[in-house]
Design a protein around this ligand. Structure first.
Ligand code: ATP
Ligand code: MG
Length: 273
């Protein structure tokens, strides 16, 4: 634990502000992205503050992955801008992206490397020496329950093993903002619990910010401080988790708020199931 704190302290050179002062790590403004006739993202704006776990939730095809790919500079929007820690993702790409960890929806990792080799490779691309990240790599291999896998080639990993490698890669690079697209896909239950605790710890203790797309109710209800519900490329509801749970009256379950906001009849769907 102490080791992790030491490593995370090396975030400091990135940090110009104290973690107690909340500020916008991500400012995404008025994003629009079309694929032919389809408007995948339709005038969407999202701010993520330091130390915040922001969850983007919505139906299949709502525009979550497209939004996240725009945020991490993999897709150019037709309109709008993305600024990370003060740096524009398109005009100051390096400065912006060196602050970001990213878990894509389908991790496509080099099949011939082992997870350990891959993690050190990713660290090296970010300018870290092996000893800069060694303790951190060991820590994530341990808490993500990867030790049986780290010496196999990536092509031999189970789907969960591959996903854990992608999660570890996003966290060892000392990010200020971690963007994760359905990070818990194929992850075993005990590691889901550990994952949730770990992101909360990183957010609270070190001010790391998270933008996570997920369909997992336990993660959404248990870890998200703010939530945006997206449908057809637009945010249809956004707020602190507390305020979102109260929009339909007394404190509700997230699934009931979600069904109501998206116009799905809760009682009907319960009866039908
Ligand atoms: N490369 C592409 N070419 C054409 N259409 C695309 C492309 N990528 C996404 N789309 C379309 O854009 C819309 C938004 O897709 P996106 O993948 O962002 O949804 P999502 O919210 O991530 O869905 P899911 O929950 O299923 O992952 C969908 O209609 C999808 O078919
Ligand atoms: Mg998606």
């Amino acid at each position: 634990m102490e080791v992790v704190i030491n490593v995370m302290n090396e975030l400091e050179p990135f940090s110009t502000r104290s973690i107690s002062a909340k500020y916008r790590v991500l400012v995404a403004k008025d994003l629009v992205k079309r694929f032919g006739e389809v408007v995948a993202v339709d005038g969407l704006s999202i701010d993520v503050f330091s130390g915040e776990v922001y969850c983007l939730v919505g139906p299949n095809g709502a525009g979550k992955t497209t939004t996240l790919r725009i945020v991490v500079g993999l897709l150019k929007p037709d309109r709008g801008s993305v600024v990370i820690d003060g740096y524009d993702v398109w005009t100051s790409r390096r400065e912006a992206l060196m602050r970001v960890g990213y878990v894509p929806d389908y991790p496509n990792l080099p099949s011939y490397l082992t997870p350990l080799e891959f993690l050190y490779y990713v660290a090296a691309l970010r300018g870290f020496k092996k000893f800069d990240v060694e303790e951190y790599v060991r820590y994530y291999v341990d808490i993500l329950n990867m030790s049986d896998d780290v010496k196999k080639p990536i092509r031999a990993l189970s789907r969960g093993g591959l996903q854990k490698t992608a999660i570890a890669a996003s966290l060892i690079v000392k990010p200020k903002l971690v963007v994760m697209d359905e990070p818990l896909t194929n992850i075993e239950i005990d590691t889901q619990v550990t994952f949730k605790r770990e992101i909360l710890r990183l957010a609270r203790e070190f001010g790391v910010s998270f933008l996570i797309s997920s369909h997992m109710l336990p993660l959404i209800e248990g870890a998200c401080s703010r939530v945006g519900i997206i449908n057809k490329g637009k945010l249809v509801l956004e707020g602190s988790m507390d305020s979102v749970l109260r929009v339909i009256g007394e404190r509700a379950r997230f699934e009931d708020v979600y069904m109501k906001v998206l116009g799905r009849d809760v009682e009907e769907s319960a009866r039908g199931s």
